[in-house]
Design a protein around this ligand. Structure first.
Ligand SMILES: Cc1cc2nc3c(=O)[nH]c(=O)nc-3n(C[C@H](O)[C@H](O)[C@H](O)COP(=O)(O)OP(=O)(O)OC[C@H]3O[C@@H](n4cnc5c(N)ncnc54)[C@H](O)[C@@H]3O)c2cc1C
Length: 379
């Protein structure tokens, strides 16, 4: 009987791994020496970074979605049947429909989810753009906004490390374009003692905020939101009034990870280089769901997936791992509606954001279209 690779999660990381394995292991798949199965929650694949543009009417909803079967290599057996339990001792995954899948190698790629409900009042009082419903609601709120105090409130942990900055810069330009900047004020809050978790990015942000007259408050760990009084209060004791609250809600990993006792908060303890689940030889973890202390981002998921593909191919064909993940992350950063910059870094090289330029903004817009090639593993 052939080897079985089971991938739980059909988002970016799981999809790249599945497609990459098919490309490199075509003859094994053809002969029946290998089977690749994926479990997902939906038959639609969403381009999550595109949500950033939705509140501003800069992307159409239809551009965010493709059928997962069109993104996936046809040799992958795909089930819309979420995993309900992952038993790494028995090497079995149970699903919502009651089926049980065994595996020789398991890839956990269940991503992360937003938890606005974990902070009192946040779900009722705040807007966000981290899921489709939130981004739609924020679009309505922005359309109705006539000026006033906007708070951009970042909570940790969250995916896409630069999205809180991007939305702040884009809001600035949006207000300017609508002639609302004069009677508005933007305040950005961040939970630690600087403007960004990555120190060079924090240093770069300070002068940019000053230039654009964007206010900020650090050491702001959100305690509660009062939707009636329109205030947000931090654990540190600061209360800020708002007319429009835009939050980046705190995240957790998937429920199945918590329910299967695979990691507190849904984050799976993962070897930073080999991407093994700590304590398992045949279980790998990719994307947001790892507990690796680097940015949770699509590019992280992509570079981890590339490493895992090479390692799984080597394990199956040569019985050994090929290479380590080096911690590489690359993110475009929108610095307004017409300019952008980028950061790249890894475990040993810190990021070094450059001055905003139109060229980088256009590159990000181009990538928004090229994402689908990336998910197919062609880019
Ligand atoms: C607004 C926004 C802007 C962003 N901008 C950027 C950016 O500019 N650059 C960048 O690099 N990244 C960006 N990201 C982050 C990026 O989208 C994620 O980091 C990336 O999608 C992570 O990939 P993943 O495969 O780990 O998780 P996901 O792509 O979220 O996929 C996880 C999948 O697992 C599925 N799943 C969950 N539980 C189960 C279960 N029990 N059984 C089966 N399947 C399950 C989920 O339904 C989902 O399909 C952004 C994200 C958002 C929301």
């Amino acid at each position: 009987m052939g080897k079985k690779i089971l991938i739980v999660g059909g988002g970016l990381a799981g999809t790249i791994v599945a497609n990459g394995l098919c490309r490199q292991l075509g003859s094994q798949l053809k002969k029946g020496d290998l089977g690749i199965t994926m479990l997902g929650t939906t038959d639609q694949h969403m381009y999550q970074p595109g949500l950033l543009y939705l509140p501003f009417g800069r992307i159409r909803e239809s551009e965010l979605f493709r059928d997962q079967l069109k993104v996936l290599d046809r040799r992958v057996v795909f089930h819309v049947d979420p995993a309900t339990n992952i038993d790494v001792e028995k090497e079995e995954v149970t699903t919502e429909s009651g089926r049980t899948h065994g595996y020789d190698y398991l890839v956990i790629a269940t991503g992360s989810r937003i938890m606005p409900q974990s902070i009192p009042g946040m779900a009722e009082g705040a807007n966000w753009f981290y899921d489709l419903d939130g981004a739609r609601k924020m679009r309505e709120a922005l359309n109705a906004f006539e000026g006033g105090k906007i708070i951009v409130n970042a909570n940790a942990p969250h995916k896409c490390p630069v999205a809180p900055l991007e939305i702040t810069f884009m809001l600035h330009d949006y207000l300017k374009d609508r002639g609302l900047l004069e009677n508005s004020e933007i305040t950005y809050t961040y939970p630690i003692g600087r403007l960004h978790a990555l120190e060079p990015v924090a240093e770069w942000t300070g002068p940019e905020f000053e230039r654009l007259n964007i206010k900020s408050e650090t050491f702001f760990n959100t305690k509660e939101v009062d939707p009636k009084a329109k205030t947000i209060t931090s654990e540190e004791g600061s209360t800020l009034p708002y007319d429009l609250l835009v939050t980046i809600p705190p995240h957790q990993g998937a429920e199945v990870i918590v329910n299967s006792d695979l990691g507190a908060g849904g984050w799976v303890p993962t070897n930073t280089k080999t991407l093994h689940r700590e304590g398992s030889e045949n279980v790998f973890v990719v994307g947001d769901t790892t507990n690796i202390p680097i940015s949770k981002a699509g590019s992280t998921a992509h570079f981890e997936a590339d490493t895992l593909i090479d390692n799984l191919v080597s394990l199956l064909t040569e019985g050994q791992m090929a290479r380590d993940y080096d911690g590489k992350v690359f993110c475009f950063v929108e610095t307004g509606m017409k300019t952008g910059t980028y950061v790249w870094f890894n475990y040993t090289t810190p990021p070094n954001p450059g001055p905003p330029s139109q060229m980088v903004h256009w590159s990000k817009l181009a990538y928004n279209k090229l994402y689908w090639l990336s998910a197919k593993g062609l880019l």
